[in-house]
Design a protein around this ligand. Structure first.
Ligand SMILES: *[C@@H]1O[C@H](CO)[C@@H](O)[C@H](O)[C@H]1NC(C)=O
Ligand SMILES: *[C@@H]1O[C@H](CO)[C@@H](O)[C@H](O)[C@H]1NC(C)=O
Ligand SMILES: *[C@@H]1O[C@H](CO)[C@@H](O)[C@H](O)[C@H]1NC(C)=O
Ligand SMILES: *[C@@H]1O[C@H](CO)[C@@H](O)[C@H](O)[C@H]1NC(C)=O
Ligand SMILES: *[C@@H]1O[C@H](CO)[C@@H](O)[C@H](O)[C@H]1NC(C)=O
Ligand SMILES: *[C@@H]1O[C@H](CO)[C@@H](O)[C@H](O)[C@H]1NC(C)=O
Ligand SMILES: *[C@@H]1O[C@H](CO)[C@@H](O)[C@H](O)[C@H]1NC(C)=O
Ligand SMILES: *[C@@H]1O[C@H](CO)[C@@H](O)[C@H](O)[C@H]1NC(C)=O
Ligand SMILES: *[C@@H]1O[C@H](CO)[C@@H](O)[C@H](O)[C@H]1NC(C)=O
Length: 755
C-alpha cells in the first residue's frame, strides 16, 4: 500500500515539475519587468502563478521616469505583453465609421508554447485576421425627417463650385406638398441675387450626408424640379475640397432625360437615357448598384446601364468611402424663366444597403506579398535591433577595401551634400573592373543568421548606375543580386535610396556554402559610374516593432493632438477630410501640388529624439489617373499599381533648422502603393534626424508641378521600439528563484511521503 502511495506522489511530483518547467524554460526574453498580466496568463495551479509573480518582481528594472514634456514612459517600464501584442495594425476597419479606433487589443501574454525564435516576431496586422466576406459598411436609411444627418453646402469666395450661390436657407426639411411625407427640399431661387449671391444670378442648394458608405446599393427617391435649365443631382462622392470622384444621376428639368455615370479625379464617364412618358416631378426611384468590379444604374427598377471597371478607357471607379449628396443648381450660361422661381426638388428618402466585401476591397494591407519590395515594411515586426556594419565608421571586425578609392564624407567635407547624418562614405567605379569589398575579419557569418542586409545608397552626380552586390567568402563570390531588383526605376541622381535585400533572395553557389565574410559591390557593366555614396549599412531581421504603451500621437482620430498644429500649412490642406476615413475618422487630405505643403508643427513642444525612437505613419495614396507617371510599376509580382511618387518628408529641428528631406518612394524601394492603407514605423534616423534632436515640425511636400494624386494621413505618432531581444541566461534570477520554489515544493512533497 505504501509503494502505491509513493507512486502516486512521485507522479504528482513529476507533474508539478512539468508544470513549472514550461514557463521557466520558455520564459520570454522580454520578461524583465513587472506585470500582473503575466500571472493571469499562466496556466495551472495557483502556486504556479504565485511563483511567477515573485519571479517577475525580483527581476524588474525600475520603470522609466516620466519625461518633462509629459510624454509616456519609455521602454524600460514597458509591459511584458509586447511579444504577444500586435504592433498597431493597419486598418481593417476603416470602412465602418462607427468602429472605435483599435487600441492595443488585450492579448494574453504568450503562453508556454512560444519558442525563443518565435518570440522575436510580433503579429503585425489585424487586417489579416479574417479573409472571408463581410458587409462593406453599415446599412443606412434616411427618411429625411432629421436635418441633423446632413450638412448644407455654402459657397464662399474661396470655394464657389457652381454657377449659382449655395446657401443653407435654400434647404428645408419639410412635408411634401400634398401629404405627410418628410422631404428634404432643395430650393433654387433668384431672390436677393446677384447682390447677396456672390454675383451669381441664382441661389441654390446642396446637402451632404454625414454617413460613410462603401460598395452596395444606393437608392434615392425624389421628385425633381421640372423647370428648364434647373439641374438636380443625386450622387455619392468622395467629397473633399473639390469633390474629385463621384457616382451620379443628373436630371435636367423639362426633359425626360436621365444622365448617369461616374467621375474619377475629373475624368468623367457619362451616359444618358431618354425615358419617354416619364414625369420627373413625380415620385421616382433612382438607384445604383456599386461593387469593385461593376456599377449598374436603375430608374424605377429599370436597368439604364451597366459599367465594368476595366472597360472605360482606364477611368476607374471611385474608391469608397463615399458619402451621399443631393443638389439643385442652374445650368451654366442659361436663364431660368423668372415666373417659375422659386423651384425645388424634394428628396423623399435615401437607402443604402451594404454590399459584400472581401478583405481585399476595404483597403487593409492586403498586399503582404513576400516578393514585394515592401514586404520588409508590411511583414511582422521584430524585437531584434539592426546590427551595424557601417554607422559613421566601420564596426569591429569590418573594414572597407577593394580596388577603389574610398572616402569618408561628413558635413565638413567638400562633398558635404552627401553627408546624410554623421559620416557616409563614397567609392568610385571608373570601370567594370573596380569594386568595393567590405570584409569581416572574424568568424564567417551564417548566411541565414540575419534576414536582410540594408543600406542607403546615392548615385551622386551621375545616377542611373546598374550595380551588383555579391556575398563573398574568403574573397570568392558565392552569391549575387542586382540592386535594381530592390529599387524600382533607376537611381535618380543625387537621391538617397534605402536598399533592403533579403538574404533569402540571394542564390548561393555552391549551395553547400553556409557562411560569408564579405560584401562586394561593383558595376553590372564596364561603364564609368563615377562616385557612389553609401551610408548606414546594417543587418536586420525586419522593422522594429513599436511599444504600444509609448505611443504619443500628434494626429489621431481626426484630431491634432499634444500641441500639434496645422497653422503653418501652405495651400489647401484639409486636416478634417472625410474623403477618406481612417478607422472611421477624418484624415489629413493633402492634394499633391507643389505649392501646397502639409505641415504638422509641434507648436507647444517638440519631439525629443532622445526620448522617442520612431515615427509611426499611416497613409493612403490615391493616384491621379490623369497624371502621367514617369515610373509606374512594371513588375507584375509587385503590388498592382504602385508608383514613383514625388513626396518628401522633411523634418525641422530646433537650432539646426531644416534637415535634408527624405523621399517616400526612395525609402520604399522606389514605389508607393496606390489606394491601400500603409503603416510605416520609421526610425528617426531614417528621416535623417540625429539623436537628441528637438523636432519642431514635419512637412510633406512635393516638387512636381502636376497633380500626382492625394495623400491621406490617418495617424502620426511618435513612439519607442519594443525592448530588444535578449537571450535569457541560465544564471538569471528567474531561474534561481524558480529553482528555490521547486526545492521548497520538493521538500514539502518528500515530507508528505513520511506522513
Ligand atoms: C471592426 O472592429 C470591431 C472590433 O474589433 C469588430 O467588432 C467589427 O466587426 C469590425 N468591423 C469590421 C467591418 O471589420
Ligand atoms: C507573423 O506572426 C504570426 C503570429 O505569430 C504568424 O502566424 C505568421 O506566420 C507570421 N508571419 C510571418 C510572415 O512571419
Ligand atoms: C417643358 O415645359 C413645357 C412648358 O413649360 C411643358 O409644356 C412641357 O410639358 C415640359 N416638358 C417636360 C418634359 O417637363
Ligand atoms: C432599402 O433597400 C433594401 C433593398 O435594397 C430593402 O430591402 C429595404 O427594405 C429598404 N429599406 C427601406 C426602409 O425602404
Ligand atoms: C554604431 O553602432 C555601434 C554598435 O551598435 C554603437 O555602439 C555605436 O554607438 C553606433 N554609432 C553611431 C554613431 O550610432
Ligand atoms: C580585424 O579588423 C580590425 C579593424 O576592424 C582590427 O582592429 C583587427 O586587428 C583585425 N583582426 C584581425 C584578426 O585581423
Ligand atoms: C569630418 O571628418 C574629418 C576627418 O575625417 C574630421 O576631422 C572632422 O572632425 C569631421 N567633422 C565632423 C563635423 O564630424
Ligand atoms: C536575427 O535573428 C537571429 C536569430 O534568429 C539572430 O541570431 C540575429 O542576430 C538577428 N539579427 C539581427 C540583425 O537582429
Ligand atoms: C499651447 O499652449 C497654450 C498654453 O498652454 C494653449 O493655450 C494653446 O492652446 C496651445 N496650443 C496648442 C496648439 O496646443
Amino acid at each position: 500500500m505504501k509503494e502505491y502511495k509513493k507512486i502516486i506522489l512521485y507522479s504528482f511530483l513529476v507533474f508539478l515539475i512539468l508544470c513549472f518547467a514550461k514557463p521557466s524554460l520558455s520564459d520570454d526574453p522580454l520578461t524583465t519587468s513587472t506585470t500582473t498580466t503575466t500571472a493571469t496568463a499562466l496556466p495551472t495551479t495557483s502556486a504556479a502563478s504565485t511563483a511567477k509573480v515573485t519571479t517577475t518582481t525580483t527581476t524588474t528594472g525600475s520603470p522609466a521616469s516620466t519625461t518633462t514634456t509629459g510624454a509616456p514612459t519609455s521602454t524600460t517600464g514597458a509591459s511584458t505583453s509586447t511579444t504577444g501584442a500586435p504592433s498597431s495594425s493597419s486598418s481593417s476597419n476603416e470602412t465602418t465609421p462607427t468602429a472605435t479606433p483599435t487600441k492595443k487589443p488585450v492579448t494574453p501574454t504568450p503562453s508556454s508554447t512560444s519558442s525563443s525564435s518565435s518570440s522575436s516576431e510580433v503579429t503585425s496586422s489585424s487586417s489579416e485576421s479574417s479573409a472571408g466576406e463581410h458587409p462593406c459598411a453599415t446599412d443606412v436609411f434616411d427618411s429625411m425627417s432629421n436635418s441633423g444627418n446632413f450638412q448644407e453646402s455654402v459657397s464662399s469666395s474661396s470655394n464657389d463650385p457652381y454657377d449659382c450661390y449655395l446657401q443653407s436657407s435654400n434647404v428645408k426639411f419639410t412635408k411634401s406638398g400634398t401629404g405627410t411625407t418628410n422631404v428634404a427640399r432643395l430650393i433654387l431661387d433668384s431672390a436677393g441675387c446677384p447682390t447677396s449671391c456672390l454675383t451669381h444670378s441664382y441661389s441654390c442648394a446642396e446637402i451632404q450626408a454625414q454617413s460613410s458608405l462603401n460598395y452596395g446599393t444606393y437608392t434615392f427617391i425624389a421628385k425633381v424640379s421640372p423647370i428648364k435649365n434647373v439641374i438636380t443631382k443625386l450622387y455619392a462622392s468622395t467629397g473633399g475640397n473639390s469633390q474629385y470622384s463621384d457616382i451620379y444621376f443628373q436630371i435636367f428639368g423639362n426633359t425626360t432625360r436621365v444622365n448617369y455615370g461616374y467621375t474619377y479625379f475629373g475624368q468623367k464617364v457619362n451616359y444618358y437615357k431618354d425615358l419617354t412618358g416619364v414625369v420627373i416631378s413625380s415620385t421616382n426611384t433612382y438607384s445604383f448598384d456599386f461593387s469593385k468590379t461593376q456599377l449598374s444604374f436603375y430608374f424605377n427598377g429599370i436597368l439604364l446601364g451597366k459599367f465594368d471597371s476595366s472597360a472605360y478607357n482606364g477611368v476607374v471607379f471611385p474608391v469608397p468611402p463615399l458619402t451621399y449628396y443631393t443638389s439643385i443648381t442652374s445650368n451654366p450660361q442659361t436663364k431660368i424663366s423668372p415666373s417659375s422661381l422659386p423651384t425645388y426638388s424634394d428628396i423623399i428618402s435615401f437607402n443604402y444597403t451594404a454590399g459584400v466585401c472581401t478583405d481585399s476591397s476595404d483597403g487593409g494591407n492586403n498586399w503582404h506579398d513576400e516578393n514585394s519590395l515592401l514586404y520588409f515594411f508590411t511583414s511582422n515586426c521584430t524585437n531584434y535591433r539592426p546590427i551595424p556594419i557601417f554607422n559613421d565608421s566601420f564596426n569591429d571586425g569590418w573594414n572597407a577595401g577593394g580596388n577603389t578609392l574610398i572616402k569618408f564624407i561628413n558635413s565638413s567635407s567638400t562633398q558635404s551634400q552627401y553627408a546624410r547624418i554623421g559620416t557616409a562614405f563614397s567609392f568610385s567605379l571608373n570601370s567594370g573592373a573596380e569594386y568595393l569589398l567590405i570584409q569581416y575579419n572574424q568568424t564567417a557569418i551564417p548566411i541565414k543568421q540575419n534576414k536582410y542586409i540594408m543600406f542607403w545608397i546615392n548615385g551622386g552626380q551621375l545616377g542611373n548606375q546598374n550595380l551588383v552586390v555579391y556575398l563573398t567568402l574568403a574573397g570568392k563570390k558565392i552569391g549575387s543580386v542586382n540592386i535594381g531588383e530592390y529599387i524600382h526605376g533607376s537611381l535618380l541622381p543625387q537621391t538617397w535610396y534605402k536598399v533592403i535585400i533579403p538574404f533569402s533572395k540571394i542564390t548561393i553557389t555552391p549551395s553547400t556554402t553556409k557562411t560569408f565574410n564579405g560584401i562586394l559591390i561593383t558595376g553590372a557593366s564596364n561603364e564609368f559610374y563615377d562616385l557612389i555614396y553609401m551610408d548606414d549599412l546594417y543587418f536586420s531581421n525586419g522593422t522594429v516593432c513599436m511599444e504600444e504603451s509609448s505611443e504619443y500621437p500628434y494626429y489621431q482620430l481626426g484630431q491634432l493632438l499634444n500641441g500639434a498644429s496645422d497653422q503653418y500649412n501652405t495651400g489647401n490642406v484639409n486636416f478634417k477630410s472625410v474623403s477618406k476615413l481612417f478607422r472611421g475618422f477624418p484624415t489629413i487630405e493633402y492634394q499633391l501640388y507643389n505649392n501646397y505643403k502639409a505641415i504638422i508643427s509641434m507648436m507647444n513642444g517638440t519631439i525629443d529624439t532622445s526620448q522617442y525612437d520612431l515615427l509611426r505613419l499611416n497613409f493612403f495614396f490615391l493616384h491621379d489617373q490623369s497624371y502621367n507617371n514617369p515610373n509606374p510599376s512594371i513588375d507584375s509580382s509587385e503590388v498592382a499599381n504602385s508608383f514613383f511618387l514625388d513626396l518628401q518628408i522633411c523634418i525641422t529641428v530646433q537650432v539646426v533648422g531644416n534637415l535634408p528631406c527624405v523621399g517616400l518612394s526612395p525609402y520604399l524601394g522606389g514605389q508607393v502603393p496606390n489606394a491601400v492603407w500603409v503603416e510605416l514605423l520609421i526610425p528617426f534616423s531614417d528621416l535623417q534626424v540625429y539623436p537628441n534632436a528637438l523636432i519642431s515640425s514635419i512637412t510633406f511636400q512635393t516638387q512636381v508641378q502636376d497633380h500626382q494624386g492625394v495623400f491621406f494621413i490617418g495617424d502620426i505618432s511618435a513612439g519607442n521600439f519594443v525592448p530588444p531581444y535578449k537571450v535569457l541566461e541560465d544564471g538569471s534570477n528567474a531561474f534561481k528563484l524558480l529553482s528555490n520554489i521547486y526545492l521548497l515544493l520538493l521538500i514539502f512533497i518528500i515530507s508528505l511521503l513520511f506522513i
